[in-house]
Design a protein around this ligand. Structure first.
Ligand code: S3P
Length: 437
């Protein structure tokens, strides 16, 4: 459990140009898929964060050699996985455990996948069910980790995903590589498609037609050589901060603009945000570009349906933005937020209430009416990186000082978060708690 805290002082304005660390989803996939490729996969701008280091550690525990040229540049020597001599520890990484499970069910040796207490509370039945339909021998612990896997012969399936989830989709697509016959996955919404894009770049036969993904099995994956762009989900924090803090004007460069990831920016624009997004090129098959965000008066909005999955990780910071929007904001169809690192609807509502906000939580979303005034207070990140970072932004826009207990967890996805905000002129410091505090 992290005990460090962010000391946040109200910001006068944010100004300047910077970037954010590499995309978390792509960084997980780079090491997991690289481990399966025949040869050396070379990755630049990899994200050295708690979650992605957990995937990297698991791959190494499977006997894969990884050359670390620097914190952010590595070469994965893939091709042969070996039986691990102890349970694979994915720490807090939901993406790590769910994707790796898809891979492990196809291996000729047994394995156990486990993680932190937090990860043990995240639902795994959603991957166990389809993987069993494929013939996998997988036992959860009442539907949760640890997951016990034994070798089995897999067959391709046709599967309608009950929820829009890139992790579940990816687990099935990865198991399908080791199955007999093709697999077809149909999704209820367009969840992030990094797995499809990267596997295709590695020579796998993956066809996408509307909401249907068809994949053919193969044991030979071509190694990759690519640079990971900045994570749009990390960019969301400084972007919202700039929109709600008067006189701000910031530019973030080299951000991944994959359309399955940019739902928040679409919604913010609908709210009247002054966002200029300029595509500057492509990286690893994804469009990449620059985002300029200037302080804007925002209007409330209704969010539901197709856009929800395209901004699923951004609802904690969106809730902060909505408090600064005039009129009613209503979110529905976002029940998945209850099974993230924390129940993000409940936790954000409770913590923002401590800063003076009034928010009504519903079963699958929330509503609130703005503009609201926030007053600095002591709040908690609950060991959930996106909660902690969202509360920092709320603190920057509040009157008075805010302490966000649980600063360390920000490094699960955004190492150097406080430093990045300071570069833009914010007064945020990660501090150690004194004993007994
Ligand atoms: C991710 C998928 C999403 C997202 C998570 C990363 C991925 O989870 O919330 O942060 O990299 O595939 P779900 O698939 O559970 O929606």
């Amino acid at each position: 459990m992290a005990h460090d805290y962010f000391a946040v002082r109200p910001a006068k304005r944010l100004r300047g140009t910077t970037t954010v660390p590499g995309d978390k989803s792509m960084s997980h996939r780079a090491v997991l898929f690289g481990a399966l490729a025949q040869g050396a996969t070379h990755v630049r701008a990899w994200l050295p964060a708690g979650d992605t280091e957990a995937s990297l550690g698991a791959v190494q525990a499977l006997g894969v050699r990884v050359e670390r040229h620097s914190e952010t540049e590595l070469t994965v020597h893939g091709g042969q996985l070996h039986a691990p001599d102890q349970p694979l520890d994915l720490v807090n990484a939901g993406t790590g455990i769910r994707l790796l499970t898809g891979i492990m069910v196809g291996q000729p040796f047994p394995s156990i996948l486990d993680g932190s207490e937090q990860l043990r509370r995240r639902p795994m039945k959603r991957i166990i069910d389809p993987l069993r339909l494929m013939g996998a021998d997988i036992e959860g612990t009442n539907g949760y980790a640890p997951l016990h896997i034994k070798p089995a012969t897999l067959r391709g399936i046709q599967y309608d995903l009950p929820m829009a989830s890139a992790q579940v989709k990816s687990a099935v697509l990865l198991a399908a590589l080791f199955a007999e016959g093709e697999t077809v996955v149909t999704e209820p919404g367009a969840a992030r498609d990094h797995t499809e894009r990267m596997l295709r770049a590695m020579g796998v036969d993956v066809a996408v037609e509307g909401n249907k993904v068809t994949i053919q099995p193969t044991r030979t994956l071509r190694p990759m050589d690519f640079t990971i762009p900045g994570d749009a989900s990390s960019a969301a924090f400084p972007v919202v901060a700039a929109l709600i803090i008067p006189d701000s004007d910031i530019t973030l460069t080299n951000i991944n603009l994959n359309p399955t990831r940019t739902g928040l920016f679409d919604v913010l624009r609908e709210m009247g945000a002054d966002l200029t997004i300029t595509e500057t090129g492509t990286e690893a098959g994804d469009p990449v570009g620059t985002i300029r965000a200037r302080h804007s008066p925002l209007k409330g909005v209704t969010v539901g349906g197709e856009v929800v999955v395209r901004m699923i990780d951004e609802f904690p910071i969106f809730m902060v933005a909505a408090l600064f929007a005039e009129g009613e904001t209503l979110v529905r169809d976002a029940g998945e937020l209850r099974v993230k690192e924390t129940d993000r609807l409940a936790v954000m509502t409770a913590e923002l209430t401590k800063l003076g906000a009034t928010i009504v939580e519903t079963e699958d979303g929330f509503y609130l009416s703005g503009v609201q005034k926030l007053t600095g207070a002591k709040v908690f990140g609950h060991d959930d990186h996106r909660i902690s970072m969202s509360l920092v932004v709320a603190g920057l826009a509040a009157d008075g000082n805010t302490d966000v207990i649980d600063a360390e967890c920000a490094a699960d996805s955004f190492p150097g978060y406080a430093e990045t905000l300071r570069k833009l002129g914010a007064n945020v410091w990660a501090q150690a708690l004194e004993a007994g505090e």
